[in-house]
Write a new protein. Structure first.
Length: 325
């Protein structure tokens, strides 16, 4: 079969397509014929050796796939042969025609949801739902600022925060087209965060009070400036730093207004299968009834994985980026 392998860290050109043996299912595992593989910012960070979880060379990129189950390992009970599933791959290997993973990290996809849409509901959807429900514990009536609101996570954060009762959602993005995407999904206020006065615009949009919650996947200078946008007792959750810039802040700046800085990472939730399944059920049910819109941005052939990474890292994408084997 065909699979992308990374033998040295560096630019997107390090994603090399090779012929490799087919995988097989060990105890508790399933083999999936990949219909679509997800591309995430974490993939690029891992390729540059900047990811929070280091890997040894060579490694197999890709943390998530959707497709058909073609083989079951001993002891698998929650999945059947021929099921359409979406699955997490903690060991990587998703940029391929076939992938293997523990069955407890897979969920059966309803027939009304496509493979590509199920991917948009997985890493991005699980992140958005669990960050709001379990991380932020969002309460009805709170005001929320969502950075990069036209991205894969951002588009879902806007919708889920609205469904959970946020009173006002302020969306930021880098251009008019991306802000239009956020508006179409329910954002109440739109702000271009490349403008020098974006912090003041957030304050103006809240009558000078600031927001109760900020969800930031951009890091760097945007994260540091965001603290000026928080209301007293406000919370900022960071879940990414794709640019790799400094995210250092002076801890004492949190004191005067009782501010909270919090991190969010999806990987630890692999050890909380009940919460994961709750999130899957919410996402699938909302998408199946049309209450949650999935935004598929760009699709690329598996052989064009390098181009997909280039587009993502140059911020030329919106929504979910997908590879098709």
């Amino acid at each position: 079969m065909k699979q992308i392998i990374v033998s040295e860290f560096g630019g997107s050109e390090k994603l090399i397509l090779q012929d490799v043996p087919m995988p097989f299912a060990g105890d508790g595992q399933i083999v999936i014929k990949v219909e679509a593989a997800g591309v995430n910012f974490s993939d690029g960070m891992q390729r540059r050796n900047q990811y929070v979880f280091p890997v040894s060379l060579p490694y197999l990129p890709g943390f998530e796939v959707a497709g058909l189950v073609t083989e079951l390992g001993k002891g698998v009970e929650n999945i059947s042969l021929g099921d359409r599933v979406v699955a997490m791959l903690p060991g990587g290997g998703g940029y391929a025609q076939y992938a293997v993973t523990p069955s407890y990290l897979a969920a059966v996809v309803p027939p009304t949801i496509s493979a590509q849409a199920s991917l948009a509901l997985q890493v991005q959807g699980l992140t958005a739902y669990l960050m709001l429900k379990d991380g932020a514990k969002l309460q009805a009536g709170q005001t929320v600022l969502i950075h990069a609101a036209a991205g894969g996570v951002g588009t879902l954060l806007v919708q889920i925060a609205k469904q959970m009762g946020a009173s006002k959602i302020i969306a930021t993005a880098s251009n008019v087209e991306k802000l239009a995407v956020a508006k179409s999904l329910g954002a109440d206020e739109l702000i271009n965060y490349t403008a020098s006065d974006w912090v003041q615009k957030v304050k103006d949009a809240t009558g000078g009070k600031g927001v109760d919650l900020i969800l930031d996947g951009t890091g760097g200078e945007i994260l540091r400036n965001s603290f000026s946008c928080l209301a007293p007792f406000g919370r900022l959750i960071n879940f990414g730093n794709p640019g790799g810039g400094s995210t250092s802040i002076e801890a004492f700046t949190l004191v005067n207004n009782n501010l909270i800085l919090q991190g969010f990472g999806l990987a630890n939730y692999f050890e909380k299968p009940d919460l994961m399944q709750e999130a899957y059920q919410y996402l699938f049910s909302q998408a199946a009834t049309g209450k949650l819109k999935v935004h598929i941005g760009q699709t690329f052939a598996l052989s064009n994985a390098a181009e997909a990474h280039q587009q993502m890292e140059n911020r030329k994408t919106t929504g979910k980026i997908v590879l098709i084997p």
